[in-house]
Design a binder for this molecule. Structure first.
Ligand code: HEC
Length: 495
């Protein structure tokens, strides 16, 4: 497997910056994004990524090696900072309080390590708002490294996550969050999976040896920048998974990333959405709108540097009548691309032939893509880009990030409990119509039609049912009432 050392990257970055800077000096018009237009206030100071706000209290507790982090969380008042000393901890930490800052202490290069020993499902799950998780090493879990379930204002920073199963860092259903300076590898689905969220910043992460590197899925107003993404099956993906309760992905900026040699054989669970990603995909845009791709170094991805597709052309995807299947208004600004598409799909070769194109494709578009544009198209080998116009702007400088001062915490009303648990937890693995990690909700509805109690019992203590699916992890950290509420919700949900 290839590893890239920083001198290489720095040299490449310098080269790219001067090249891009030089060549686009003629016009300097910035894209203004799709967020300020909605009347919200943006923080335009790029350094201001502390979206969880200052600590809500002065209380600090320390967990030492041999003690339990979960015990400390249980005893903590909201707003507590919990410092965790180096040592190895075998546990799942579940945080259902606001303002908890879980901070690993790094001493002599040693971090606190959460080790699931291949037995535990999740390392850190939180449903609180204004949560910070920093400086941990997380390894050998089966489900998630760090998962946020419906919290707002979170910061996940400087963690090292190796071989944690399905998702490395997985914020689900939240607003205003930062994922930065993490190192993530060996993940069977997505290393970083931003699901059904808004106002997100994913930056300076090192993501490799996973199926999907960074995924922005059914989410809006997200920036993915300055990440190093290499040796995954697919590097950076912005897409809509059909059948999830939130139906859109738009306004995503993918800029200044290294997207290199993402040729890893696909090792996702067969039939899952990401199992359909062709190995060798640098950046994938599927059904997402208003995705801007700028200033990336994209090379050595064997299928294509950038692949733009609708749902109709994608493998393992069902159609959702409520989701627009097309990737519209894609904006490809200047990127540095080389040696992509050298071992591409037969279908792509056919398209190349029809367009009488030679060489290996950097950029491939299939399916409708209305009002899309590209700058300096002659620099790349492209296929399917004839309908793209020339972009009217050259950069995204005006948008430092899409983050906000802390937004109000999500307050879950009694009657919404089932729905929020469904969106925040189950929808991470189940969609309504199609196979994701678990079977479609439609199948579950047929099985448990008049039996919410039975469903609630199953999720507390799932047993292995299907040979061709992984095991479902127990959801017994949800209390009994929530389990029944989510069971009732699941049985009546319609798409
Ligand atoms: C980490 C992924 C994951 C999450 C989260 C998850 N599931 Fe599952 N679920 C699965 C998998 C995988 C299966 C298939 C298991 C099998 O067939 O052995 C499954 C199967 C099921 C089944 C089928 C049981 C049967 O009798 O065939 C039900 C019901 C179910 N899940 C409900 C839920 C609910 C409700 C939630 C949310 C509280 C949820 N799941 C969260 C992965 C997940």
């Amino acid at each position: 497997m290839t590893r890239f050392r920083s001198p290489f990257f720095i040299a490449a970055l310098v080269a790219a910056c001067s090249l891009l800077g030089m060549q686009s000096a003629t016009a300097d018009i910035s894209y203004t994004g799709g967020f300020s237009a909605q009347g919200n206030v943006l923080t335009l100071d790029g350094a201001d990524r502390f979206v969880a706000g200052p600590p809500m209290s002065d209380v600090v507790v320390t967990v030492k090696s041999g003690q339990s982090i979960q015990d400390a969380v249980k005893k903590a008042e909201p707003g507590t900072t919990i410092k965790v000393m180096p040592g190895t901890y075998h546990e799942t930490v579940y945080i259902d309080k606001n303002g908890i800052r879980l901070i690993g202490v790094i001493e002599d290069g040693k971090r606190p390590t959460l080790d699931g020993e291949g037995k535990l499902n999740d390392a850190i799950l939180y449903s609180g708002n204004n949560v910070v998780v920093e400086n941990f090493k997380i390894t050998r879990y089966k489900g998630n490294g760090i998962m946020s379930q419906a919290g707002n204002n979170w910061e996940i920073r400087n963690n090292v996550i190796i071989d944690t199963g399905v998702y490395g860092i997985f914020p689900q259903l939240g607003q205003n969050g930062v994922v930065e300076h993490n190192v993530i590898s060996g993940i069977e689905d997505a290393a970083i999976y931003v699901g059904m969220s808004d106002n997100i910043h994913v930056a300076y992460n090192d993501v490799f040896d996973s199926v999907a590197g960074i995924e922005i899925e059914n989410s809006r107003h997200a920036i993915v920048e300055a990440n190093r993404v290499y040796n995954n099956t697919g590097g950076i993906l912005a897409f809509i998974t059909p059948g999830l309760p939130i139906k859109t992905t738009y306004d995503v900026i993918i800029r200044n990333n290294f997207v290199i040699s993402n040729n890893h054989p696909n090792f996702a669970a067969p039939g899952s959405t990401v199992a359909g990603i062709p190995a060798g995909t640098g950046i994938l845009v599927m059904a997402a709108d208003d995705v801007v791709i700028e200033g990336n170094i994209i090379r050595d991805n064997k299928t294509a540097g950038i692949l733009i597709t609708d749902h109709g052309h994608a493998a393992n995807v069902t159609i959702d009548p409520e989701s627009d299947p097309n990737a519209d208004r894609v904006k490809i600004l200047d990127n540095l691309m080389s040696n992509n598409g050298y071992d591409t799909l037969d279908d792509v070769k056919k398209l190349m032939f029809l367009e009488l194109k030679r060489g290996n494709p950097d950029i491939v578009r299939v399916g409708p893509s209305k009002d899309s544009c590209i700058l300096n198209r002659e620099r790349y080998v492209t296929v399917g880009l004839k309908p793209f116009s020339d972009c009217e702007f050259t950069n995204t400088k005006q948008i430092a990030n899409y983050l906000l001062p802390p937004v109000p915490p999500r307050v879950i009303k009694g009657e919404d409990r089932g729905k929020i648990a469904y969106l925040g937890v189950c929808a991470g693995c189940h969609t309504y119509t199609g196979r994701m990690i678990g079977p479609p909700i439609q199948i579950i509805q047929a099985l448990y039609m008049d039996n919410p109690q039975g469903l609630a019992e199953y999720i507390a203590n799932p047993t292995k049912k299907r040979d061709d699916y992984p095991e479902m992890p127990p959801q017994n950290y949800l209390d009994e009432e929530t389990r029944l509420a989510v069971a009732r919700y699941v049985l009546q949900v319609k798409n």
